[in-house]
Design a protein around this ligand. Structure first.
Ligand code: NDP
Ligand code: 8X3
Length: 252
């Protein structure tokens, strides 16, 4: 029997790759993001593989999140899997020169957004005594690096929230997983550097980063373990990366 998965941040990178992989592996999909055109294109593309619907909302706006998720018809309401993936870094600056708007975005989207979406979905899982919440953290939540300050704090919060969910949802048989990637080449650096494509490209110069597909395949693996098994926590790095700050680069 097919499961229903809701993926936030499905319009790009890890979320988009996950949507593609899950669409071919027995999941019906609720795809979320702010960019409506991309959601519509994905809906068209993936509808030949599985049932797909879309929700266009900003995870950081609590009412928008509630309205969007509550607007789902009954046939989509029993969500089995929540992939809390929407998020980004905004800026890479020393704390003393950081932009407060960037700080707000990272806390509002990466932390509060994840909570707002989870709030709408957890109670159904509790009633049904089943479900799987998969939070995309980061190596940045495990290690702080220079200029990473608030982004690292936001991902550290995701780590704490994930651990908290694991305790609080334990009585209901709900699985909770954190996937913490290192460098993955997506639109992430383009967003972090506010559209500076050269700077974004340099992030991965002289090394082979992970791809969104690499993470999507791990997500599928995690979601398809037997009922009694939960992968609690995964740190996933490209071979060239030893830590948040140590990356082997060739010819640079
Ligand atoms: P992308 O920039 O490619 O994708 C980010 C996704 O998040 C987009 O689909 C975007 O959709 C969505 N998003 C951003 N802000 C909002 C918002 N306010 N409301 C709703 N959706 C939003 O980056 P990645 O795929 O790399 O990032 C996905 C996750 O992986 C993030 O949580 C990131 O922190 C994490 N991560 C990334 C790593 C990397 O190196 N790339 C490493 C470790 C973790 P839209 O703009 O349409 O709303
Ligand atoms: C994204 C990876 O190292 O840029 O979370 O923080 S990193």
């Amino acid at each position: 029997m097919k499961k229903i998965a809701l993926i936030t941040g499905a319009t790009s990178g890890i979320g988009e790759a996950t949507a593609r992989v899950l669409s071919k592996n027995n999941f019906d999909l609720i795809l979320c993001g702010r960019r409506k055109d991309r959601l519509e294109n994905l809906l068209k593309e993936l509808s030949s593989n599985t049932k797909v619907t879309t929700l266009c909302f900003d995870v950081s706006r609590q009412e928008e999140v509630a309205d969007a998720i509550q607007s789902l018809p009954d046939s989509w309401k029993n969500i089995d899997v929540l992939v809390n993936n929407a998020g980004n870094a905004h800026g890479l600056s020393p704390i003393q020169t950081g932009d407060t708007h960037d700080w707000d975005k990272m806390i509002d989207i990466n932390v509060k957004g994840l909570l707002y979406v989870s709030k709408q979905i957890m109670n159904g899982m509790i009633d049904r005594k089943s479900g799987h919440i998969l939070n995309i953290g980061s190596i940045a939540g495990q290690e702080v690096y220079p200029n990473g300050n608030v982004y690292c704090a936001s991902k550290s919060a995701v780590d704490s929230i994930t651990r908290g969910m694991r305790f609080d949802l334990n009585p209901y048989g709900i699985k909770v997983t954190a996937i913490n990637p290192g460098l993955v080449e997506t639109e992430f650096s383009l967003v972090r550097f506010k559209g500076d494509a050269e700077r974004a490209k340099n992030t991965y110069k002289g090394m082979q980063p992970l791809t969104a597909q690499d993470i999507a395949e791990l997500i599928l693996f995690v979601l398809t373990r037997p009922a009694h098994v939960v992968v609690a926590d995964l740190l996933v790095l490209p071979v060239a990366q030893a830590s948040a700050t140590v990356v082997k680069r060739d010819n640079v």
